[in-house]
Design a protein around this ligand. Structure first.
Ligand SMILES: [Fe+2]
Length: 262
């Protein structure tokens, strides 16, 4: 059974407690997957469609959705989260006694949360719901569960290289800037290579942190693509925030590219 994401204003918390000490006991895979979720929150909200280009525009501002598209205020939170991820993510995963790195990532999670809570995420998240919902036999490593499970952060990041390569032509400067923050050499990168450069640096981080080699390695094949596309189509809440509109054929191509990463 495929269960879609659930969102409503009344589900929004009144108070958040950011206490890094409780992040110290996360197993390595949990730190990796949740960190990739933070990374994608920051990247997707920074590259989301600009707030003044999003349609339809409601007549009354109170009717605007929670997700506004990228805007000057969410950009600050998203970019700062990205800088912290670039500096501390690898350390936080590899050494659970590294209090400085785990604390920094925990704070980055809160920062990116404020960023995407206002801007919204887009395609990686929209495509992640059917990946997680249609899981077959894959059992997440180091998760204490007795049933098949694709952790959220893993289901999100596996499509990230393909997604950002697809979206980059709409706002190449932002994709190049993000790639530079994440460690790519962007000194002479052309706009037309923005997506490739960001996809490459993402694949490098994923490889360094032992992420499974694409959807194939978690049990999906090309035969599953129609079902994965069908599960993505209703996710308008997020997919319409992508800077580039997608056809069913585009989504099928993105899932196909995400089958193998390295
Ligand atoms: Fe997420």
């Amino acid at each position: 059974m495929f269960v879609p994401g659930i969102a409503n204003r009344v589900l929004r918390p009144m108070l958040g407690i950011v206490d890094p000490l409780h992040a110290l006991t996360m197993p390595e895979r949990v730190a990796a997957n949740s960190g990739f979720d933070v990374l994608c929150h920051a990247l997707e909200s920074y590259t989301a469609i600009p707030f003044n280009e999003r349609t339809p525009r409601p007549e009354n501002p109170i009717l605007r959705p929670a997700y506004q598209g990228s805007n000057p205020i969410s950009d600050l939170w998203s970019l700062h989260a990205l800088r912290i991820v670039a500096k501390y993510f690898r350390r936080a995963v590899k050494d659970n006694t590294d209090k400085e790195a785990r604390s920094a990532m925990h704070l980055a999670s809160a920062y990116a949360g404020i960023g995407f809570g206002n801007a919204g995420v887009h395609l990686c998240h929209g495509m992640s719901y059917p990946i997680a919902g249609l899981v077959k036999q894959y059992r997440a490593k180091q998760y204490a569960v007795d049933h098949p499970l694709v952790p959220h952060g893993l289901s999100v990041v596996l499509t990230a290289p393909a997604v950002f390569q697809f979206c980059a032509p709409m706002c190449p400067e932002r994709h190049i800037e993000a790639a530079g923050i994440l460690g790519a050499d962007i000194t002479s990168v052309k706009k037309e290579d923005a997506g490739l450069v960001l996809a490459d640096v993402l694949r490098q981080i994923m490889h360094d942190l032992d992420v499974d080699d694409g959807l194939n390695s978690i049990g999906f094949t090309s035969e599953d693509i129609p079902a994965l596309v069908k599960g993505t189509l209703p996710q308008h809440r997020v997919t319409k925030l992508a800077p580039r509109p997608q056809t069913e054929e585009d989504l099928a191509m993105l899932f196909e590219k995400a089958m193998k990463l390295y």
